[in-house]
Write a new protein. Structure first.
Length: 587
């Protein structure tokens, strides 16, 4: 690559990095939030211990949090090894990856299309768009920006392969693709994206078979052109299938967590309706990114028929327009298909949890919409005089960039801490029960039980069947000394949802305190069925067994508790008691 080319690219790369730093300035002062950050970082003993042999083994063998992404775990462990739990670097790491993704996007588009300024505009809109905030400002979503980094690197290697047809470039693309899968299984759509790139802008095959050809002949011509390209990508599709299977298995293994929260499975027809509404909503927020929130509640009664019909008509209209305009501007059709296809695994067709959609899911799919919009506008606006056109285009692009950057700055400020995040959720979305629930949990952790109870009662007004809330209300009653009310709340939670593991654990603690060891053992064991190897349940169960002099069983419980939480000092002390008990019995 000659110096003149790089002289044109370096200013764009610097602008992209500067735009990322300005738009995301608030993350330099942000902390962790209680929205999944404890599970991933602050309370995850393996991540907190950094890159140790035990932690690395755990990263490669666990489906913790319902997903298999060892590289994401290793990335978090690297941060804690270097800077501990200081949140600033964890946020900066996400931001650096996001800026790198924007730079790779610009370089890749520029290399693919030869359109310097269009590629720069797409990358600039991407780097400052508020829809990327959740992926960047939320430390837990490291997996999203990291997997996209490998996605874009793999795409760059693929471009090189298509132009050289050399095996090293082919293998490099495959390796980077696998690394992306190991960062987040969402990368399974990468082979589909490559086929789109083969059509445009690489132009490795054409859909046309001649103006006089019939429909059958056109399909045969398409198969002849596309067949070798599909066969070429068989290794990619195979690994996509493997990781799709792993993702499904991990989701099944984490099923009890969904059941414990009292969230019901959504019927297939409601999921299909949510897919239509979600596609339309995502596209709308790309064009008009307002009222973004960390959690979009799924409507209790499902989507109204009017919303489904309007969303379907809007999608149909855009699809028809993209198909017609795509004949003259292939970027329009490819961009729209990129959006539809890449988003599909996260479109809501497979539904776990209470959200109807999430901004983080559109991080890569929105690239297709941005390409579609930029190319459409660039090819549609009148040519005019050269200098005047460039000035108007630069002014409009600058204004849109500034507006998006301000939106990103405001949106990323909401992630300063848990309180501001949940308050923002209540402001931006009506009936956000998860924001109320998490605010209640914040109050509970700080000992403000009165306000915590008020928030929990507000949640019940929105979600009266949410078993987790009754379990939490029981915990408050237990702390206050009202054992009878605590027991009633726990029983209510279990009645609503027999898989509520925390309620079983809480009942075990209550009976343990009362001295009813038989019942306590039963409830601890039930808690372990649904919570998995919970260190508190294991340690308390072991304490009862130790009191009953069942030393072997007690030792197994304490060792399992330490395996789940190596920093649980009470389990270590109890394990020493087992050893001393054996010595006394031996005498």
């Amino acid at each position: 690559m000659n110096d003149r080319v790089w002289q044109r690219r370096w200013p764009v790369l610097l602008v992209l990095c500067a735009a990322a730093l300005c738009a995301y300035a608030p993350v330099f002062y942000a902390g962790f939030v209680t929205f999944d950050d404890p599970r991933y970082i602050t309370e995850n003993v393996y991540v907190r211990n950094g890159l140790t042999g035990q932690s690395i083994r755990w990263a490669w063998t666990t489906c913790h949090a319902g997903i298999y992404h060892p590289l994401a775990w290793l990335s978090h462990m690297l941060d804690t090894t270097l800077v501990g739990l200081a949140p600033r670097w964890h946020h900066v790491h996400n931001l650096l990856l996001h800026a790198a993704n924007a730079c790779l996007l610009f370089l890749g588009l520029r290399r693919l299309t030869g359109k310097h300024w269009r590629s720069a505009v797409v990358a600039l809109l991407f780097v400052v768009h508020p829809l990327t905030v959740e992926s960047v400002a939320w430390v837990t979503e490291r997996k999203n920006v990291l997997s996209t980094f490998f996605w874009l690197l793999a795409a760059g290697a693929y471009i090189r392969y298509t132009r050289t047809q050399r095996l090293p470039a082919y293998l490099l693309c495959w390796l980077l693709f696998v690394l992306g899968l190991l960062a987040k299984p969402f990368v399974i759509t990468f082979p589909f994206a490559l086929l789109l790139l083969d059509y445009w802008p690489l132009k490795r095959f054409s859909l046309a078979a001649g103006p006089a050809a019939g429909r059958a002949e056109k399909w045969r011509a398409f198969a002849r052109a596309a067949g070798p390209l599909v066969l070429e990508k068989v290794p990619w599709f195979l690994f996509s299938a493997v990781f799709a299977w792993l993702a499904a298995g991990a989701a099944w293994m984490s099923l009890n967590r969904t059941l414990q929260t009292g969230q019901e499975f959504v019927p297939v027809w409601e999921r299909l309706a949510n897919v239509l509404v979600g596609y339309a909503a995502y596209a709308r927020t790309v064009v008009l990114p307002i009222r973004l929130v960390f959690f979009y509640p799924y409507p209790n009664e499902g989507w109204p028929p009017v919303t489904i019909v309007v969303s379907s008509l809007a999608l149909g209209a855009v699809s028809l327009a993209a198909a017609r305009r795509g004949r003259q501007i292939p970027a329009v059709a490819v961009g729209w298909l990129w959006y539809l296809g890449v988003l599909f695994p996260n479109s809501g067709i497979v539904h776990f949890g209470g959200q109807c959609r999430a901004d983080r899911y559109v991080y890569v799919p929105m690239i297709g919409l941005l390409v579609m919009l930029v190319w459409w506008v660039a090819e549609t606006i009148p040519a005019g005089r050269g200098k005047r056109r460039r000035a108007v285009t630069a002014a409009v692009t600058g204004a849109v960039t500034v507006l998006l950057g301000i939106g990103t700055w405001v949106q990323s400020s909401a992630w300063d801490d848990s309180e501001s995040l949940y308050r923002d959720g209540l402001r931006q979305s009506k009936g956000n029960y998860l924001a109320l629930l998490d605010l209640g949990n914040l109050r509970y952790r700080t000992g403000n039980y009165r306000q915590a109870e008020q928030y929990y009662l507000e949640v019940l007004n929105l979600k009266p069947q949410l078993a987790e809330v009754y379990s939490n209300l029981g915990a408050i009653a237990f702390v206050r000394g009202d054992r009878d009310r605590a027991l009633r709340m726990y029983d209510k939670a279990i009645k609503l949802n027999p898989w509520t593991g925390q309620a079983y654990l809480n009942k075990g603690l209550l009976y343990h305190q009362r001295g009813d060891e038989r019942r306590a053992i039963g409830y601890y064991k039930l808690a372990l069925i649904w919570l998995g190897p919970d260190p508190t349940a294991l340690n308390n169960l072991g304490a009862i067994l130790l009191h009953r002099r069942a030393l072997d069983e007690a030792e197994r419980c304490f060792r399992a508790a330490l395996a789940a939480d190596p920093e649980l000092e009470s389990a270590r002390i109890n394990l020493n008691k087992v050893q001393r008990g054996r010595e006394l019995l031996g005498r």
